[in-house]
Design a protein around this ligand. Structure first.
Ligand SMILES: NC(=O)c1ccc[n+]([C@@H]2O[C@H](COP(=O)([O-])OP(=O)(O)OC[C@H]3O[C@@H](n4cnc5c(N)ncnc54)[C@H](OP(=O)(O)O)[C@@H]3O)[C@@H](O)[C@H]2O)c1
Length: 317
């Protein structure tokens, strides 16, 4: 099969499209023909070995000390079950089923086929495209984790989303509205209309306004960019407010307590199901920056590295 392979850490051009052996599913695993996958900030961080301060030793242990241990990156997938490890049917999945999900640390979705534990696979609703399913799972799950698990957004909660045009931000704006929040999105002028169209009640242009000096106070501040420190973020909170740091170094995570919350979003099949159902119902729109074939994977990494991606970048292996 064809796959995007990363044999050394470095700039986007370390990624090569080559032929590799098609993986074989073991017991309780399925082989998925990948129709769509996302190239994400996580792929870019792993490929470039660029991890938040304090994380590098742990990340290198997890992903490979000198070079990537998992040479095929990519974590989200949407596709069709091609084979199952236990014969005809495993854990409710059969050949031909349309499925989606994430592969955790094993990665491997930037390829024509990926082997996935059946416990990580969910049925893709018929009304959701492969592109939307693969696109939503990374940023959507992170937005859910912060807005639902690390904070509570209820009707009337005021929410500031910094980085409202990114993968996390485009889902966060919509999920905060879905939970009843009054949302202010922080983006640059070019994406202001998009962020409004996602439901933001107010939009602030960070290129002309210093976010840390905003006079308003917000019950929940979600920083998906890493522009706020715990101290500067706290100044935006009223009593009882919560600062959510999606980008935090190890020290900030260890010190985060009380009104400052950080952490790493887990990958749960329940969340994947919930996100896909929200997309199917029309409550969540998946913003796609671009959809590219596998041969354009280097350009896809460059786009993610630029920090200018709008929503999600989808790859067709
Ligand atoms: N904690 C966790 O579990 C977790 C999970 C996933 C990701 N992350 C981290 O979260 C970060 C964001 O991920 P992502 O996938 O959402 O990123 P992304 O899609 O690459 O974000 C790109 C967007 O950020 C906007 N942006 C850049 N600088 C900005 C600023 N100063 N203020 C407001 N918006 C700005 C850009 O808009 P303009 O072009 O208009 O500037 C662009 O649309 C990454 O560092 C990633 O590693 C953390």
């Amino acid at each position: 099969m064809r796959a995007a392979v990363v044999r050394e850490y470095g700039a986007p051009d370390v990624v090569r499209v080559v032929d590799v052996d098609t993986p074989v599913p073991g017991p309780k695993e399925v082989l998925v023909r990948v129709h769509a996958t996302a190239v994400t900030a996580a792929d870019s961080r792993i490929r470039g070995a660029r991890f938040p301060r304090g994380f590098a030793p742990f990340a290198r242990l997890a992903f490979g000390l000198r070079r990537p241990r998992r040479t095929v990156l990519g974590n989200t997938f949407s596709g069709v079950v091609e084979a199952v490890g236990d014969g005809d049917k495993v854990a409710g999945f059969a050949v031909g089923d349309e499925v989606a999900g994430t592969t955790g640390l094993r990665m491997g979705t930037h390829a024509e086929y990926a082997v996935v534990p059946a416990s990580r696979v969910v049925a893709k609703p018929a009304g959701v495209s492969h592109d939307d399913a693969a696109g939503v799972l990374f940023g959507g799950a992170t937005a859910l984790f912060f807005l639902r698990d690390k904070a509570t957004v209820r009707p009337g909660t005021t929410v500031l989303v910094i980085g409202a045009s990114g993968a996390i931000g485009t889902s966060a704006v919509q999920l905060a509205k879905h939970f009843g929040g009054v949302v202010t999105g922080v983006t640059s002028g070019a994406s202001a209309e998009l962020v409004r169209s996602l439901g933001a009640d107010h939009v602030v242009d960070y290129t002309t306004t210093d976010i840390a000096s905003l006079p308003e106070r917000y019950d929940v501040v979600l920083d998906t960019v890493g522009t706020l420190s715990p101290a500067s973020g706290r100044r935006l909170l009223p009593d009882g407010g919560v600062l959510l740091l999606a980008v935090a170094d190890l020290g900030e995570i260890l010190r985060a307590r009380g009104d400052v919350r950080a952490g790493t979003s887990p990958e749960r099949v329940e969340d994947a199901r919930e996100l896909l159902d929200l997309v199917a119902s029309g409550a969540l729109r998946v913003v796609l920056d671009r959809v590219v074939p596998l041969d354009e994977v280097v350009a896809a990494h460059e786009r993610v590295d630029s920090g200018r991606k709008v929503g999600n970048l989808v790859l067709h292996p």
